[in-house]
Ligand binder design. Structure first.
Ligand code: PLP
Length: 435
């Protein structure tokens, strides 16, 4: 296919006309498709239905140590569930604290407590003039929403396929005491599906922050979410690396079973050093007597152990891998060689990140919406919803059916081509009037 950048004005005009006709055909189809959020599809949720039979009214709801799960108590979570989740997170169960159903909620709580009570005896952030945060971009909109909500100043840090720009991070955290944290999705990142390489993780563990209460918010939401058996990304375990580097308290690591069992009813967890855990528990004990132990037990009885969970994740992969591959194939067929777009090809996680020409993302999303395909709003992958290039779009392939997704990806490609061709045609207009 001929590059749009090399097309003459006349060729672009003809291309636009053909694309407009194609777009109108999609509009006439009266579509109503959603590629906006990283939600598991129904078939994925069905994979965990047997978990509902793991417990019934005749079940013994006692833990291995005799704890009655129906009653109050056990702030840290039941031991066998801590073992299961610790295996999932590649940590020691002693370092793992189980929460309710949402890891985002745990992250929010960590920040809220840092504001009201401070981190390990340090000044509560509410008493500081300014709190700043590093945000690798493109990133996860709900992370940015939490820090924005607390009035934290967010500083974008560019991502590459190896992870965020470490030189920039090292410099900023060592010079500025107001920087208290960084959002990281280290494996199969949201939205690019990149995994931090060894050097990136080692440099994170060796940061020398000016602020004693600086913490890395290591959100390993997609740690076991591989799409392939063979091509799997590998990530160095950060808690162990921090310990090795003499920085044991530097990181809070988060995860959950949201995209393993049910997003509304999973188990969330925090893994961190003994010192951090003590600090967190001292505050958490005022907040709750304990989380949902029946749900924790249900997960343990359903999976048995980590091997059961790994097997279960293969079933998820079998459902969603064809969806990722379909999007990648349709993009390749329709957009490769045109020099107007690039996209990631992840080995896991929930997203594909798409980059168009500068100044086209919003228009592409608007066009898709007018033809019945909903995408994550433009700018969502940047703090304050401000993508300075207006070129990044997060594609979430898991929720629609395969057929719906194929239609949506084709329409999306038409929108990309149309908006890009119109933009380039506009530029030739400018050139003409410049003369
Ligand atoms: C990076 C990341 N973290 C956290 C979450 C949400 O996790 P939870 O359901 O445990 O709150 C998501 C969901 O899309 C995510 O992509």
């Amino acid at each position: 296919m001929k590059s749009y950048l090399k097309m003459s004005r006349e060729e672009l005009a003809a291309e636009i006309e053909a694309l407009r006709a194609e777009y109108r055909k999609y509009q006439a189809m009266d579509l109503n498709l959603d590629m906006s959020r990283g939600k598991p599809c129904r078939e994925q949720l069905d994979l965990s239905m047997d978990m509902m039979d793991a417990l019934n009214s005749e079940a013994d709801l006692s833990c291995e140590d005799g704890t009655d799960c129906r009653n109050y108590g056990v702030l840290e979570g039941i031991w066998e569930a801590r073992v299961l989740i610790a295996d999932m997170m590649e940590n020691n169960p002693e370092n793992v604290l189980l929460y309710g159903n949402s890891s985002l909620n745990v992250m929010y709580d960590q920040i809220a407590r840092s504001f009201t009570h401070g981190v390990m005896g340090n000044t509560p952030w509410c008493k500081l003039d300014k709190v700043k945060w590093l945000c690798p971009v493109p990133g996860y909109d709900r992370h940015f929403s939490i820090t924005e909500y607390f009035g934290i100043e967010m500083i974008p840090v560019p991502m590459s396929s190896n992870g965020p720009d470490m030189e920039m991070i090292e410099k900023l955290v060592s010079e500025d005491e107001a920087i208290k944290g960084i959002w990281c999705v280290p494996k199969y990142s949201n939205p690019q599906g990149y995994s931090y390489n060894d050097e990136t993780v080692r440099r994170f563990a060796r940061l020398k922050p000016a602020a004693k209460d600086f913490r890395i918010y290591w959100d390993n939401a997609y740690g076991v979410h591989h799409l392939y058996d063979k091509h799997q990304d590998y990530l160095i375990e950060i808690l162990a690396e921090c310990k090795r580097a003499g920085n044991p308290d530097l990181v809070y690591k988060f995860s959950s079973t949201s995209k393993i069992t049910f997003p509304g009813s999973g188990i969330a967890a925090l893994a961190t050093s003994a010192n951090n855990l003590e600090d967190v528990k001292n505050q958490l004990k005022h907040q709750t007597i304990g989380h949902d132990k029946v749900n924790q037990l249900r997960h343990v009885r359903f999976f048995g152990d980590i091997h059961g969970m790994v097997e279960h994740m293969r079933k998820h992969a079998a459902v969603i891998r064809p969806k990722f591959e379909a999007v990648e194939q349709i993009f390749a067929q329709n957009l490769e060689g045109l020099e107007i777009a690039s996209w990631t090809k992840p080995n896991g996680g929930y997203f594909i990140s798409f980059d168009g020409l500068d100044g086209t993302a919003k228009a592409i999303i608007d066009r898709a919406k007018k033809a019945g395909v909903k995408l994550t709003p433009a700018g969502s992958t940047w703090p304050y919803h401000k993508d300075p290039h207006d070129n990044n779009i997060r594609i979430a392939p898991t929720y629609p059916t395969l057929d719906e997704l194929k239609t949506a990806a084709k329409l999306f490609s038409v929108c990309v081509k149309l908006v890009s061709a119109e933009k380039l045609y506009g530029k030739t207009e400018e050139k003409k009037t410049d003369k």
